[in-house]
Write a new protein. Structure first.
Length: 130
């Protein structure tokens, strides 16, 4: 969590951007909206993110109380990430951003293909069940 004494914000948007700003955080939160996912699953679902960047973004989101990291006492080690209750309060904002992005893409004839990500998610979840 961000400590009150660390920084004085002049606008609520400034705080919001500190928490969820950057190229990857909203995308990570979006993919965690329905599922508990492992690091390797997130890595495959979010193309272009490096392992180092994914680790950093997950740590930031966890530190700010938006993502929960569950470590299971098994061998090999198993860690899953999910949204916290606080993280879930951000879902309406993500849904509005998703809807706005779709509308903008339609208006300006921009292609958005989510089929690969959906396919990867289904494969990952089916593999995890076995």
């Amino acid at each position: 969590m961000i400590e009150e004494t660390e920084k004085i914000y002049r606008c609520p948007l400034e705080l919001s951007m500190d928490l969820i700003g950057g190229k990857w955080k909203c995308v990570i939160l979006w993919h965690l909206r329905k599922y508990r996912l492992r690091f390797s699953q997130l890595k495959r679902i979010v193309p272009g993110i490096t392992p180092k960047m994914l680790t950093q973004q997950l740590r930031d989101l966890e530190e700010h109380g938006l993502v929960h990291r569950e470590v299971y006492a098994v061998i090999p080690p198993k860690v899953e990430y999910s949204l916290t209750e606080e993280g879930k309060t951000f879902l309406p904002v993500l849904q509005a951003m998703y809807k706005w992005g779709r509308s903008y893409a339609d208006q300006f004839d921009i292609t958005i293909d989510t089929s690969l990500q959906e396919k990867i998610i289904k494969q990952e979840l089916n593999t995890a069940k076995k």
